[in-house]
Unconditional design. Structure first.
Length: 78
């Protein structure tokens, strides 16, 4: 899996205004900005992202994913 492939999987399942994905092929970091995160707590935001990855996260294709999830309003304040 490449960073571009992982990014594409996330954006195919979640509307993203901004996304950055980095990693080494198994361990990943992502900054994700999505209006879908509005009104959600951190754990619910992460679950939304994991849901977009489906079986890939369960089959170890994506071993670890560290995320920073923001709403567009939160991101604009950064």
């Amino acid at each position: 899996m490449t960073a571009e492939e992982l990014q594409s999987l996330i954006t195919d399942g979640l509307p993203c205004e901004h996304i950055e994905v980095t990693g080494d092929g198994r361990h990943w970091s992502a900054v994700i900005v999505s209006p879908a995160f509005e009104g959600l707590r951190l754990i619910a935001r992460h679950k939304k992202v994991y849901d977009t990855l489906g079986a890939r996260i369960k089959t170890d294709e994506v071993h670890a994913l560290s995320m920073k999830t923001h709403t567009p309003t939160e991101w604009a304040k950064k």
